[in-house]
Design a binder for this molecule. Structure first.
Ligand code: ADP
Length: 159
């Protein structure tokens, strides 16, 4: 059984993440979405809110499980027998950080590979932070996120 893990902050999940999830889930028998409880990133949505949004959107895909963990990502991957971590790549600007993380993770556990999926061109400009910025000013985000996320953002910003 091929098991993959897609780690991220997902604050909140966007159509760009969902595109990567859909394409990655075709490559694995089971795909874990690992929602980071990041201590050095301030998030708009709590860990439970981020998990619940992902669960609501992905509930019909039996291959997918949405989880969080206190373990290091490579340790979590080992625990669930995943050999592959998935990350998305948008622009060249993602590359440096992603290369650093992939190299670091490889040095922590040489058996776990990081595999990159290139963003589809329509999402290559899309990030959680830009969606939050537009929502804050009550702009139209319907093309960028599913309806439940749109509603959750409007509620956060009281618009
Ligand atoms: P992190 O804080 O771990 O970077 P993010 O939720 O910002 O968490 O991103 C998780 C992963 O998804 C990263 O590999 C990121 O490059 C990727 N990603 C984010 N937005 C997009 C998008 N629009 N298209 C493709 N990949 C994306």
């Amino acid at each position: 059984m091929k098991i993959g893990v897609y780690p991220g902050t997902f604050d909140p999940v966007t159509n760009g993440h969902l595109d990567i999830i859909k394409r990655a889930s075709n490559l694995f028998d089971k795909l874990y979405i690992l929602v980071a409880n990041n201590i050095n990133k301030t998030t708009l949505f709590t860990i439970d809110e981020r998990i619940n949004l992902l669960k609501a959107i992905l509930k019909d895909n039996p291959k997918i499980e949405v989880v969080t963990s206190d373990l290091l990502t490579v340790e979590f991957a080992k625990e669930i027998n995943a050999e592959v971590m998935i990350r998305g790549l948008r622009m060249v600007s993602d590359f440096e950080y992603e290369l650093q993380m992939a190299t670091l993770n490889k040095s922590l556990d040489n058996n776990i590979e990081t595999i990159f999926i290139m963003s589809s061109h329509e999402y290559s400009f899309l990030s959680s932070s830009s969606v939050k910025e537009i929502a804050k000013f009550n702009g139209d985000i319907s093309k960028f996120v599913p309806l439940v996320v749109e509603e959750a953002l409007h509620k956060k910003f009281n618009n």
